[in-house]
Design a binder for this molecule. Structure first.
Ligand code: PGA
Length: 243
């Protein structure tokens, strides 16, 4: 089973309209379309501008969506609204949302279901904290999160991102061996029976320096890149490392 690699950039709460020039710089750095699938997730304020400016081989994604399509939810943005702005992917259940917005597995699952219904591909995040890893619970925590936050759908319609909380924004990435092992466990625990079709990204301090080693593991199907995605040269270097 060959799974096409996917490199996704998560800008988090960074970027103003002037930063849309990122798209022009990325095109200049990579005049030919790479083999991997490429996604950039800017803040929602820049979604339509980014969708209009990226080269054809870059898709645009959102960082979160509401679980409902419309209604009295002040400040929220629904999956159909994000699709309307040009998004094709949406991150669901990033650890920063679980932590700072109290998002539960059940809410993450509802958001991912709303994304699927709107024709978006959800990128659902799971990952253990440092305490959980040190306590020997990493795998049980992550498998439990997957079962509770991922909707029942064909593996090809969903992307999972394994993002150990202790690796996000810290400069400390999971070793390729540990990450590969977790990805294997997720794939084997996938309920659908089509786990070999499931794409599982690694996220947490991915950089041009470590991307090659991480992405060469058979079970690591790509990367969810935070900080390093803001710099087009570093993002391009990670794309090249994916082959
Ligand atoms: P980082 O973030 O690459 O800056 O560690 C990854 C993420 O949070 O998706």
């Amino acid at each position: 089973m060959t799974r096409r690699k996917l490199i996704a950039g998560n800008w988090k709460m960074h970027g103003r309209s002037a930063d849309l020039a990122w798209a022009d710089r990325l095109s200049a750095l990579m005049p030919l379309p790479p083999r991997s699938e490429i996604v950039v997730c800017p803040p929602a304020t820049l979604l339509s501008g980014m969708a209009a400016r990226v080269p054809g081989w870059v898709a645009v994604g959102a960082q979160d969506c509401a679980a409902q399509p419309d209604g009295a939810h002040t400040g929220d943005l629904s999956a159909p609204m994000l699709a309307d702005l040009g998004a094709r992917y949406v991150i669901a259940g990033h650890s920063e949302r679980r932590r700072f917005h109290g998002e539960t597995d059940a809410l993450v699952r509802a958001k991912a279901e709303a994304a699927l219904k709107a024709g978006l591909t959800p990128v659902i995040c799971v990952g253990e904290t440092l305490d959980q890893r040190q306590g020997g619970e990493a795998q049980s925590v992550v498998l439990r999160q997957m079962h509770a936050s991922v909707p029942d759908a064909a593996a090809g319609r969903i992307i999972i991102a394994y993002e150990p909380v202790w690796a996000i924004g810290t400069g400390v990435h999971a070793s390729p061996g540990d990450a590969g092992q977790m990805h294997r466990a997720l794939r084997e625990a996938w309920r659908g029976g089509d786990g070999e079709a499931l794409r599982i990204l690694y996220g947490g301090s991915v950089s041009p320096e470590n991307a090659g080693e991480l992405l060469s593991r058979a079970d690591i199907d790509g990367a969810l890149v935070g900080g390093a995605s803001l710099d087009p040269a570093r993002f391009a270097a990670i794309i090249r490392a994916a082959g």
